[in-house]
Ligand binder design. Structure first.
Ligand SMILES: NC(=O)c1ccc[n+]([C@@H]2O[C@H](COP(=O)([O-])OP(=O)(O)OC[C@H]3O[C@@H](n4cnc5c(N)ncnc54)[C@H](OP(=O)(O)O)[C@@H]3O)[C@@H](O)[C@H]2O)c1
Length: 295
């Protein structure tokens, strides 16, 4: 991790973090609040969200922390949340698409999408589109997309004939594809926003000891994480560092960069499938069709 000359001051900036009631999202929200930002944290469960909001205020000493209710497994919820946000907040300087999950059996969202593709990619795709004009109007602004090294687990890329994994499903593969979709989305959005003052970067947070994969979603992974995780994995605060860096650093090599894939405080090459610009454009058009937007 690079050393910072001085902590950036985010006073007057509005930051939105999805999945901020837990793990990396909570730590990201707390760090950005500590830098002075007004932080909007989203949670799908309001009770968990309220407890996390209180924790973020306590850790950061900043009470400009607001909870929004967002279930990324429901396009109606995404639309409701975006309408509420646009009504409540005149500006959006940083959007951190952090929420995500892994499941070991095939499930579907309210709208009938395979859950990991639907939550990790499609819900965030629609959310970002609905907030896009506000990000541009608030420029300089930033989008941080939390992906995973798991995007490398699918060297063959997206399965264009079976995006919803209806013909065959393996949890790790479907998760890897949803995280590859995050990388392709970030790069395509960065390309579309060149010249607007909005930067877009994808982040792998490292292997982090959170609730990820432990909520009855995955059998063997849950056992491994709860048994050994705390000895070998990064803390949520460590996992949040690269997201926070990209969301806040004023250093030129961070603030001026877009379309990157970052981890452990520096830029890396994503997989070959993650660099496939044609796949990015195809995924964009297909995602727009699936969520009911004009591409
Ligand atoms: N932990 C790791 O080692 C690791 C490694 C690589 C990438 N990542 C990525 O890091 C991100 C954060 O994960 P984490 O490790 O912090 O896990 P976590 O502690 O389980 O947090 C995930 C967050 O996403 C939220 N979420 C799940 N489904 C949602 C939905 N339908 N709508 C809205 N929010 C939803 C969760 O809400 P609930 O609490 O209500 O479930 C929670 O707030 C994810 O994108 C994950 O893919 C994690």
């Amino acid at each position: 991790m690079r050393s910072r000359t001085s902590a950036p001051d985010l006073t007057g900036r509005t930051v939105l973090v999805t999945g901020a009631n837990s793990g990396i999202g909570l730590a990201t929200a707390a760090d950005l609040a500590a830098l002075g930002a007004t932080v909007v944290m989203t949670a799908r469960d309001v009770g968990k969200g309220e407890a996390a909001r209180a924790e973020v205020v306590r850790r950061s000493g900043n009470d400009q922390v607001v909870l929004g209710n967002l279930d990324l497994a429901s396009l109606a919820s995404v639309r409701r949340f975006a309408a509420w946000f646009l009504d409540e907040f005149g500006e959006l300087h940083v959007l951190v698409n952090n929420a995500g999950l892994i499941t070991d059996e095939r499930r579907e969202t309210t709208d009938g999408f395979e859950t990991m593709f639907g939550v990790n990619h499609l819900g965030h795709f629609l959310l970002t589109d609905l907030l896009r004009d506000r990000l541009v109007a608030s420029a300089p602004s930033r989008v941080v997309v939390v992906t995973s090294v798991a995007h490398r687990w699918v060297p063959g890329g997206l399965d264009r004939g079976d995006l919803q994994s209806t013909r065959s499903f393996r949890g790790a593969k479907a998760y890897g594809r949803s995280k590859l979709a995050n990388v392709l989305f970030a790069r395509e959005l960065a390309r579309q926003l060149v010249g607007t003052g909005v930067t877009v970067n994808a982040v792998h947070p490292g292997s982090v000891n959170t609730h990820f994969g432990t909520d009855g979603d995955t059998g063997a992974m849950a056992w491994w994480i709860t048994t050994f995780g705390r000895y070998v994995l990064r803390t949520p605060e460590q996992g949040a560092r690269t997201s926070v860096l990209l969301a806040s650093s004023e250093e030129l090599d961070v603030a001026g960069t877009t379309g990157g894939y970052w981890s452990h405080g520096r830029r890396w090459q994503p997989s070959r499938a993650g660099r496939d610009a044609e796949a990015g454009r195809w995924l964009w058009a297909e995602s727009a069709r699936l969520v009911g937007l004009q591409s």
